[in-house]
Design a protein around this ligand. Sequence first.
Ligand SMILES: [Fe+2]
Length: 561
Amino acid sequence: MAHSVLQHPLEQQDHDFLSWAESWSGLGVWCTLWDAQGQIISPTPSGAPFWKALWNHSQEFRNEISKGIRQNPERSFSIPLTDLEGLRLHGIRLQTTAGALVPNPILIVGLIVSHAPWDENLARLCSRWQLDEQVLTTWARQHPPLISDQASCVLDLVAQGARNLHLSCHQTHELTQMTDQLGRAYEELNLLYRLGSSMRVTQQPREHFQQLFDELARTTDIVAMTAILYDTEVLNPDNRLILGGEPILDAPQALRMAEALRPLVRKSSNALIINQIRDYPQLDWAQGWLEQLLAVPILRNQNCLGMLVAINQCDRQPFDSTDARLLHSVVDRSAIYLENVLLYGDINKLFISVLHALVASIDAKDPYTCGHSNRVAVVCRRLVERSRADSAMADRIYLSGLLHDIGKIGISEMILCKPGKLTNEEMTEMHRHSEVGAKILSGIKQLDDVLPGVLHHHEWLNGSGYPSGLTQAEIPWMAKVVGLADAYDAMTTGRNYRPALPIQSALAEVRRYAGVQFCPELAEVLIQLVKDGLPEELKYVKKTAAFESVYRRWQAPGQEP
Ligand SMILES: [Fe+2]
């Protein structure tokens, strides 16, 4: 059996224990730790040269200790080296806590015990066991031999202290580990709690994952992260790839990496841990910046919605199962959020389709305004995007523009489609459409915030508009946007009683009525938008399917749309 000093790695608690054992060396007590198979783990620091010198000369001596350990598996024991007074060896079995690197080691304690003249015994002892007489003599001179009774007392004290202290060291270590685990669990829970606030379905996936990445960068050693989302129906392109952490890779690299990983993580609910990139030829091209990765599929009800990839760790630490568990926890919640976002997107699409169908019914009544509402909605969106960077507001004003004339459903077709100018009575009837529209929509809770645009889009800044004669700041901003977009589209498209105005003439009218009818700031934004190609965009405003079917029904046979 091979023996060597310090052949086992030691845990901190074993080092602490050996430091305690070292304190006995002043009384001539040498301690070593052995494992249950009879192999040396480590001597105390000052005993190391002594032990080494002894067993360097005597394989038999070491075998005798190993045999003593193996023959006494349950209890402490003495090792009868010689029938003479002299070297006494005693084995003390120690307990460890679960999971210790070296379970239940044995402390071998050595003492020199003598009544008789020591030199004579020492010479016989060394001769019998082929020990290094010079080393043992030097040690004995530094630590005078104990008499037998003293030695028994010392051994009892060492045994009692060793058992208590060793267990205590391990329990302290276990407690420290539990504290660490609790700390990590708390961080994990805290992270999940904070993420809860970014899981509203109205929040864009980009914002959700960006917040997740910020939290992960703050609480873990992950260097960079990316989320790749597969849905192309509901998610806009801006939400399909999100990068976070340090900028060690760009979007094309992230997409190429995701493409390489997709077959590996597909249909697997497990995390993919790659700590040796060179083992994956499909990632060869990324070796300049990619050191380790951890990829977790975003799964919901058997559907893979995408994947989240953690890239590299500080100090090149490998990813392990603890990292995978944490990422699974956050990805599980992101999957629920994402599924809700997709469902919400579907419902929203359905809702918008219904609204488009409703709008198409007005166009069916008044073919000359065909597509008017859709174009007004687009102009509204562009006006908001150019003047206020708030995508939520742009969406709401888009709807307001789409529905601004919905009240025309309640106006007679005789008036709507009249070829000539309207009489005063007819004009009064026509003016009712904004109030009728607001009344129709007031029953739909989800459209509460678009009503101001519908009700007040014919108000003028100078107070001469309808239905309320509001002025300046009394007019809701949304209504100012819709009113300007409405007027611009009305001027630039033909009616049954007049042709379309050229674009420049329409803009001249907008300038002339800025501050009278229109908000001057919005008028300037519109003029700029027209310069930047708005009329061209309006030529390609998509008609909804519902709209097109109504439009086709209205057309005379053979007439091109
Ligand atoms: Fe109108």
